[in-house]
Design a protein around this ligand. Structure first.
Ligand SMILES: NC(=O)c1ccc[n+]([C@@H]2O[C@H](COP(=O)([O-])OP(=O)(O)OC[C@H]3O[C@@H](n4cnc5c(N)ncnc54)[C@H](OP(=O)(O)O)[C@@H]3O)[C@@H](O)[C@H]2O)c1
Length: 239
């Protein structure tokens, strides 16, 4: 059975490595990026990445333009996937912006907070609504919302307010979708990759491969796997 996976923000960082790891497992990967050229370059890099064993099947990543804040772009991507594959098995909502370490909740620029929510919350929400008919057409639908442990309400402080509020709300979306889609057999989880050395995470974080593996775990859950949870490296995080 061919598994079709779509990753947002697949041109760099954790998203690109998630694409590589999914392709390495033999899945068909639709690597999306808001810049079509960046999607093409990253998809070529993934397709030509070294394979675990020489005899392993060719790894393929198909590039696709997709800006999660642009309704027309999301609709066009859903149309394309529908026409080409007729279903979507795995949606990884990875794209995100604004790790606003320079702000505090009491003085935050609300324009920045709203802008972060457009990408980090409404983007994934729009993606799910647009791709839901295709996810329902899959027998093993999975939605991974890439979240962050900093959004755990249990430990929330006043820092990174735009980012944290958007990810807290994303976690709420995970719970709502999981409840609504349980009967469709679609598993929906929030996954934290840990602190990862990317453009967003900065130096000092763990290797991208480890962060991506945490996300891939949620994308490749068996049918008996959890739904409506918050995980890092396969272990539950407190909400
Ligand atoms: N790095 C960490 O330590 C860490 C920790 C916890 C959670 N996370 C989460 O992990 C995920 C990936 O983070 P990362 O560290 O890989 O970040 P990153 O290196 O900054 O990459 C972010 C990706 O999102 C894309 N993106 C931004 N806005 C977009 C839009 N409107 N439409 C489509 N794509 C868009 C970017 O595309 P462009 O190249 O076009 O900008 C880029 O591909 C995020 O959800 C982040 O919140 C990261």
């Amino acid at each position: 059975m061919i598994t079709i996976c779509l990753v947002t923000g697949g041109n760099r960082g954790i998203g690109r490595e998630v694409c590589r790891q999914l392709a390495q497992r033999g899945h068909t990967v639709i690597l999306t990026a808001r810049d079509a050229k960046a999607a093409g370059q990253a998809a070529r890099a993934v397709s030509h990445a070294p394979r675990a064993v020489a005899a392993a099947p060719a790894m393929t990543a198909e590039p696709l333009q997709l800006d999660v804040t642009d309704e027309a772009s999301v609709a066009a991507a859903a149309r394309h996937v529908g026409e080409r594959y007729g279903k979507l098995d795995v949606l990884v909502n990875n794209a995100a912006i604004t790790y606003d370490t320079w702000q505090r909740a009491t003085t935050a620029d609300l324009a920045v907070v709203r802008e972060a929510a457009e990408t980090n919350l409404y983007g994934p929400w729009l993606m799910v609504q647009a791709f839901l008919p295709l996810l329902r057409a899959s027998e093993h639908g999975r939605i991974v919302n890439v979240s962050s442990a900093v959004a755990s309400l249990a430990g929330l402080g006043g820092g990174t307010p735009a980012y944290s509020a958007s990810k807290v709300a994303l976690n709420a979306l995970t719970r709502m979708l999981a409840a609504e889609l349980r009967d469709d057999g679609i598993l929906v989880n929030s996954i934290c990759p840990g602190w990862v050395a990317t453009d967003m995470g900065g130096p000092g974080g763990r290797p991208v491969a480890e962060g991506a593996a945490s996300v891939v775990w949620g994308a490749t859950l068996p049918d008996s796997g959890p739904t409506g949870g918050f995980f890092q490296d396969g272990r539950r995080l407190p909400w």
